[in-house]
Ligand binder design. Structure first.
Ligand SMILES: [Zn+2]
Length: 256
């Protein structure tokens, strides 16, 4: 049974890393944001509450979050453990969490504000079809125009320098005291969130003392397959139609 908390700023790949780790280790991934989204979609009582709060321009309250997490964990469907993101959000919740569950580790995805800013401010949205773009990863063929529908690419409404600065300040203000509480118990592993997702995932596993993930596959002679080529699977490597007779020696050998 493994119980982890994952923490990281917007754009740090928290959801991706939690999913990768969770799928491989059979951990239930509990995302508070995802629970809220589903409830809104399914028009539940909780969803209506969340909607009202957000329509009023407010953040979903800590009590509501705490209730959701308690209810979710009380389902006890996490036979092999869980990885939770979006909780705890403050010191009180962190204390409650530590008293109620013996946590195995807190994964802290670290990303400098400058990098968050670079990534978030490179996001664009098509005003026509709603397709997401990130100008760092893949620019459209024509600058400022959607590849799919030709619509104009615009920043998201809340992806301004000012709004992001507020979000970052808010994140650090809330997160630092929580991290401090977990650090006192020596639970926190901090991982650089900037490299590719696979590298980040392997770093998380190494720091938690978990076996490395399925990638990269070591080849048969024990050398790490560092080239990015698939490890030899015994298949012939030829891609063209070479005559099978040339060099074929798989037939029964005469007994000696
Ligand atoms: Zn479009």
């Amino acid at each position: 049974m493994r119980k982890y908390v994952i923490m990281g700023v917007q754009g740090s790949g928290k959801g991706t890393q939690a999913t990768m780790l969770g799928e491989d280790l059979d951990l239930v991934h509990i995302s508070v944001g995802e629970i809220f989204r589903l409830n809104v979609q399914q028009h539940t009582k909780l969803g209506a509450q969340v909607r009202r709060t957000m329509a009023a321009g407010e953040l979903v309250g800590d009590d509501l979050v705490e209730g959701v997490v308690k209810a979710r964990l009380a389902e006890h469907d996490w036979n092999f453990g869980f990885i939770i993101d979006g909780f705890p959000r403050n010191e009180r919740q962190a204390e409650f969490f530590l008293e109620s569950y013996d946590i195995d580790g807190v994964i802290h995805l670290d990303m400098p504000d400058s990098e968050v800013r670079r990534r978030v401010l490179a996001r664009r949205l098509c005003s026509g079809c709603g397709m997401d773009y990130n100008l760092l990863a893949s620019s459209p063929a024509v600058a400022g125009q959607c590849d799919v529908c030709g619509g104009e690419l615009i920043p998201r409404e809340d992806d301004t320098e000012e709004a992001l600065a507020v979000r970052l300040r808010d994140y650090h203000q809330k997160t630092n005291p929580v991290l401090d509480i977990f650090r006192r118990k020596e639970y926190v592993v901090t991982v650089d969130a900037r490299p590719d997702r696979e590298i980040v995932q392997q770093a998380i596993r190494a720091k938690l003392g978990l076996p490395p993930g399925a990638l990269p596959v070591p080849s048969q002679d024990g050398q790490p397959a560092s080239s990015g080529q698939p490890a030899s699977s015994g298949q012939p490597a030829s891609s063209g139609g070479q005559p099978a007779s040339s060099g074929g020696q798989a037939g029964p050998q005469p007994g000696g």
